[in-house]
Design a protein around this ligand. Sequence first.
Ligand code: BGC
Length: 331
Amino acid sequence: MKFRFLVLLLSLAAPLFASREKPVIGLSLDTLKEERWQRDRDTFIDEAKKLGATVIVQSANSDDTRQVRDVESLISRHVDVLVIVPHNGAAMTRAVKSANDAKIPVIAYDRLILNANIDYYLTFDNVKVGEAQGSYAAARLPKDRTARIVRIYGAPTDHNAKLFKLGQDNVLNPLIKAGKVEVVHEDWALDWKPENAKKIMNAAVTKAGRNIDAVVVSNDGTAGGAIQALQEDGLAGKVLVTGQDADLAACQRILRGTQAMTVYKPLKNLAALAARVAVEVASGKKPATTAALDNGSKQVPSIFEKIVTVDKDNLQSTVVADGFHQAEALR
Ligand code: BGC
């Protein structure tokens, strides 16, 4: 009993003894629901360990109040640096202020935190993700008549969801203006939940009928929801559906033909980069960056990792060749 108490006490106290050589990183995640975030977390922890750091992970289950509390608790445990994937890039501003007051540097991971004094932003090019989705669909739409599409955006609380839409708009808006494409239904899937995407797709078919050429969906989880709805109507495989993340289930759907494409984001590159940057920042160094992005409060030093468009033709040479999924898992 006494021993267990001592272990508990020591583990709680560990961050208090953090040192620059053995930094403690606080990783605050919005969610672990989508497969990708579990990979992000695992790679991040592995890489941080290799660099001599310890990681304390918190996941907020898509709840802003909880995530603010998570970050405050990491601050009170005196972590050396915070890495945050915000559920809501605007709601996290307050928590970042607390980190600033405690002089703990903050790295925004994959999603930007708006109007806040953050130190780094490490991400994929989210506008390019949207452009990849839009142009994949656009290239395959019927050209002899006005194509009819449904658009399912991500969580309205996620700044990335707006960037994906912006990228899609860059490609689709000129076609819409020219009368070549008609958006027959569009909506935002709250919290990126597949069941919300399914409802949107059901509503689209009820409103616009079965005559739909493509559903431009912003990620694989919500694509899965939309495809379920299409399946119920006997339309799966007949309507082009886009996605993002190269989730295992999505790659399987691509092989089966119910989803046309996904956007592969090599998470190991981003997670390993973030671990390196976090350790350097914790050691008082200034990691090199390649871009700067305005978050409403400052030009945030940023790095954008590359993305890859994936469909059945290059699934093996990208996702499988990279070891992201095993060939056997895709059979
Ligand atoms: C990420 C996507 C992810 C989505 C839902 C976005 O911010 O960029 O990769 O699918 O959140 O978690």
